[in-house]
Design a protein around this ligand. Structure first.
Ligand code: F1P
Length: 346
């Protein structure tokens, strides 16, 4: 995250420097719609960005699985701008989605980790995440780095569009600079999370629930568990639970709530009550100092407070650690999960 921000963000002067966006940045500022295309974890980063761009830039956003988008005949109009997100920069579906959008006249921005990768070369402009090489196949630090860059792009666009006040921008940039230290603190939860992992390592299913900015984090938590522990896991918006998944909840079901203090806090509290009423085993990720949710949970993980729009960068860390420890305890190879490739090039 520090590498991502270095030289690009100055909270004192309110300056955001994203040189890679070059002369195309005004295409984003004047966009009628932003289409985000990506796969897997990168798609989840795109979902967080949707909330961010809509809140701060007031530009409508659609987030598409590149693997679906490429086979449709999508409507792309003048004024649409595409953002492609990819850690490896080599994902075939994302590359094909870019080529399709380009053939329809769209301007494409890339958010890639690997410098000079195929996707980086196929885009008109973009910003590298500078996360360094991902050692494992499953994306982890790439996710936080993608969010850092996407947040900076959105704030820059909001500043240029005038949809954010200078004071709010300053507040957000100051908050962003606190993220590396908060992520460090979240990583210190390691031992506690190892204990939680020991309790649930033999589970057959997991549910992850979150609202707002934490909804994509729920999806990402479930994906990490599937990818490296081979446990079936579902991520849902917490409010969707009553529309079906609630039927799955019994005394055997671990339910991970990403329930940090934000604008949907009260509603998440009632979702936890619904799970408890069905004897589900509640594991909650809460903001430090929360008094209420710990009383309702079998396990509680406290993360440092941060603006809700930036929380995914912090709240995802315990979920990554949980998947990691469960995978190790089950004897899985966390760096090289079965059936998964680092770059899905077919
Ligand atoms: C997309 C992705 C990763 C996942 C795995 C397979 O890759 O789905 O999110 O963890 O590595 O590929 P990318 O386009 O972000 O490189």
């Amino acid at each position: 995250i520090k590498d991502c921000m270095r030289g690009r963000l100055d909270s004192q002067t309110g300056r955001l420097i994203l040189g890679g966006l070059r002369e195309y940045v005004n295409k984003l500022v004047n966009a009628d719609r932003i289409l985000i295309v990506a796969c897997g974890t990168s798609w989840h980063a795109g979902l967080v960005a949707e909330y961010f761009f809509e809140e701060f830039c007031r530009i409508p956003v659609e987030v598409e699985y590149a693997s679906e988008f490429r086979y449709r005949n999508p409507v792309i109009r003048e004024g649409d701008v595409v953002i492609a997100i990819s850690q490896s920069g080599e994902t075939a579906d994302t590359l094909a989605a870019i080529e399709l959008a380009k053939s329809k006249g769209a301007i494409i921005f890339g958010v890639c980790n690997v410098v000079g990768s195929s996707i980086a070369r196929a885009t008109h402009a973009g910003a590298y995440t500078h996360a360094g090489p991902e050692i494992g196949v499953a994306s982890t630090k790439a996710f936080t780095a993608q969010l850092t860059v996407l947040n900076m792009i959105a704030l820059l666009v909001a500043q240029k569009k005038g949809t954010i006040t200078e004071q709010k921008l300053h507040e957000m940039l100051v908050e962003m600079e606190t993220i590396p230290e908060k992520v460090e603190r979240a990583l210190q939860l390691n031992d506690q999370i190892q204990d939680i992992a020991a309790t649930f390592k033999d589970a057959h299913n997991f549910i992850y629930l979150g609202r707002g900015y934490n909804f994509p984090v729920a999806l990402e938590g479930a994906l990490k568990l599937k990818e490296i522990s081979y446990i079936h896991a579902e991520g849902y918006p917490a409010a969707e639970m009553k529309h079906g998944p609630i039927a799955l909840i019994d005394e055997e079901m671990p339910v991970v709530f990403i329930a940090t203090r934000d604008s949907s806090y009260e509603k998440v509290v009632s979702n936890i009550q619904e799970v408890k009423a069905r004897k589900g085993r509640v594991i909650s990720v809460v903001t430090e100092g929360d008094q209420l949710i710990p009383k309702m949970s079998e396990f509680v993980i406290e993360v440092p407070a941060v603006h809700e729009a930036l929380m995914p960068m912090v709240s995802v860390i315990p979920l990554q650690l949980l998947s990691y420890h469960i995978a190790v305890m089950r004897g899985c190879n966390v760096d090289q999960p079965r059936n998964l490739a680092k770059s899905v090039t077919v």
